[in-house]
Design a protein around this ligand. Sequence first.
Ligand code: ZN
Length: 191
Amino acid sequence: MEFTPHSVPKNTGWIEVIAGCMFSGKTEELIRRLRRAKIAKQNVKIFKPKIDTRYSDKKIVSHSEQSLPSVLLEDINDVIELSKDAQVIGIDEAQFFSNDIIDICNQLAGNGKRVIVAGLDQDYRGIPFEPMPQLLSIAEYITKTLAICVECGNPADKTQRKTESSERVIVGASDIYEARCRKCHYIPEEK
Ligand code: ZN
């Protein structure tokens, strides 16, 4: 999704959500939008949850290794104070934040900021991953990114876990996860 100049909201903020499974290019799309805002000389601040330490601590990094500097947060409520001067706020891996993020995003947009949030919309079982469903509801602009099913080549929106753990969150990349379509995705047996 791209904004044409005449369609950019004026004198108000808004929320954009980029949702999808792993390997669907969510972070790449987030980085693309934030880079363009930086080129337009806008003040951009980027945040991600402290839980996600793969690749790099102080950057958001896509699977294709594009990156932008970011601030690690334990508590999403800190965003308000840390982004006072920002015009554009990027939040990656939103599914790892508490439901407070819903109110925080509304507050930021209400204060005139452009808020761009990326996250996993389903867990490895295909169950909606809070707070993404709520964020999708309050956003003005929604992009669902699809990956390619590694089994059959169809568009894929599910994250297949290749281990047997039943913990909801295991941080990892292609060693334990792959993208699958609805037909090829299955819930691993729990041990
Ligand atoms: Zn498939």
